[in-house]
Write a protein that binds this ligand. Structure first.
Ligand code: SF4
Ligand code: SF4
Length: 489
């Protein structure tokens, strides 16, 4: 009888095992959510699937006969067949005829679909933030500016290496990028007709400390629809702890004045703020209230420093835990707003929910080295802006193009998760081993996964699952209205 039903169910009397590394269950009130690790997708488990998994929790190998014995009367064969089939298709269940896969087989990397170049337009900065991680950072007088010819060669390198993309991004970085406005104007004047002639869009972005902004500059950025982000660390006592002028004075007063002018005047796109959290700076709610509630930044994102070059600025474990607790409190406010159909400008939560909503499976932590390269003032190609000026060898230059064998070897090394702690980690396709630069700073090896706060990250993703599930149950329209437009922007 059991065998007959097994054949009907398409299971042929096989035994099943649970592939624990591919699933993660989170209870949200009475519902049980399945976080599908291979795709980072989220599903609500129905009764049959839930019980199949519960049974597999208790049996390392479960025969289909036992499964039917326990559950067929309650759910019927068809529902059981469907549940098992779906779980098997998701690689949540393995059978003797179907081996589940944890990670894709690493393949040779041949293509670099570059869409973004980051131009390090000046190693000099007019501020002297005590925690600044930039290896090549110096004062404005000694800053090495990129020449316009190098920047234009970088644009041509982008087009040569990755032709035919519908949209390209040019990011101006520093030091302080506004200290080389001549280059920025030259690049924009070159790119707009160049990309238009190719039928491609070009998008310009920059992150600035705001101190050099003027009304005329803001109007110019408006005309060219720049995406602008300001680096600011919160209310005056917090901001002025680290963000100092070269003379050692706090920069808050001038930054605030400039930000007020910018936010009143800039209409092309929403302006974001990036906060750097260092040792002793953990009150993310207070900072958020100031920057979002009082100053009016559209979105505020937090970057905790855990492995900067200057160890004394790194958040110690207890402070990092405090930061994550604060981020979760902000996340609950995000949820309250979302349930009313409203956006709440908390960037970290927004990004996590976007990844889940889109089922973003990330085999690499970010686009560095594949979709993005950073160009230093000499025209050398680096994984991203944080590597310019570092001792890490370059991956080519703007004249000769990408050193493909070297870059491919690096990316392949990072894609191969075998023998790493990430191989079975439940957030391996969201974290993907973490930021290359953090690994480089911590282990001297950008290809090494950065393991230093894995538990906190896993807890943060569980929190995101809970928030996502609550929004999808009570306000499902929120995602289409609030997440998708952001991606298009
Ligand atoms: S670095 Fe840690 S949290 Fe990230 S994927 Fe690897 S094991 Fe998981
Ligand atoms: S390597 Fe790190 S700093 Fe560089 S782009 Fe990736 S996540 Fe950002």
């Amino acid at each position: 009888m059991a065998v007959a039903s097994d054949v009907e169910a398409g299971m042929n009397g096989e035994t099943m095992t649970l592939v624990r590394a591919n699933l993660h269950r989170v209870d949200v009130d009475a519902r049980q959510m399945l976080f599908h690790v291979p795709s980072s997708g989220l599903f609500e488990l129905d009764g049959a699937s839930r019980e199949v998994l519960a049974l597999l929790d208790c049996h390392e190998h479960l025969s289909s006969a036992t499964l039917h014995e326990h559950l067929a009367a309650r759910y019927g064969r068809d529902a059981l067949q469907e549940a098992v089939g779906e779980l098997r298709a998701l690689d949540i269940i393995a059978t003797s005829g179907h081996e589940a896969r944890l990670n894709p087989q690493p393949r040779p990397v041949r293509n670099f679909p570059l869409t973004t170049v980051v131009l390090n337009v000046n190693t000099g900065c007019n501020l002297s933030c005590t925690y600044c991680y930039k290896a090549d950072l110096t004062t404005p007088a000694r800053g090495r500016k990129m020449a316009s010819a190098t920047a234009i060669a970088a644009i041509e390198m982008l087009l040569r290496e990755s032709p035919g993309q519908p949209r390209y991004n040019v990011v101006f970085f520093g030091g302080e990028p506004l200290s080389n406005m001549d280059l920025i104007r030259d690049v924009v004047a070159y790119c707009e007709p160049r990309f238009a002639a190719l039928g491609a869009e070009v998008d310009f972005t920059l992150t600035t400390n705001a101190t050099l902004l003027t009304e005329a500059l803001v109007d110019w950025f408006n005309a060219h629809r720049f995406g602008l982000t300001v680096s600011m660390d919160g209310p005056k006592p917090l901001h002025d702890r680290n963000r100092l002028t070269v003379g050692g004075q706090g920069s808050y007063d001038v930054v605030r004045r400039k930000v007020e002018m910018l936010l009143a005047r800039y209409t092309a796109r929403p302006v974001g703020c990036r906060v750097t959290l260092t040792r002793g700076v953990t009150d993310v709610e207070q900072i958020f209230e100031h920057l979002h509630g009082e100053l009016g930044f559209h979105e505020v994102g937090f970057g905790p420093v855990t492995s900067g070059d200057i160890a004394s600025f790194n958040l110690p474990p207890d402070e990092l835990a405090e930061v994550f607790a604060g981020l979760k409190r902000l996340g609950r406010r995000y949820l309250e707003h979302a349930l009313r159909g409203r956006k709440f400008g908390f960037g970290n939560m927004h990004q996590l929910l976007t990844d889940m909503h889109e089922g973003n499976k990330k085999l690499l932590p970010c686009g560095a080295g594949v979709a993005l390269l950073a160009v230093d003032h000499e025209g050398g190609l680096n994984l991203c802006h944080r590597f310019t000026g570092s001792n890490m060898p370059r991956f080519g230059n703007v004249a000769d193009g990408i050193d493909r064998p070297r870059l491919a070897a690096f990316i392949e090394q990072r894609l191969d998760r075998s023998d790493t702690g990430c191989q079975t980690c439940r957030i391996r396709n969201i974290c993907s081993g973490g930021c290359y630069h953090e690994s480089y700073a911590k282990y001297g090896d950008a290809a090494h996964p950065s393991y230093h706060y894995c538990d906190l990250l896993r807890d943060w993703v569980d929190f995101g699952i809970d928030v996502y599930a609550r929004i999808s149950a009570a306000a499902p329209g929120f995602f289409a209205a609030q997440l998708t437009p952001r991606r298009r922007a």
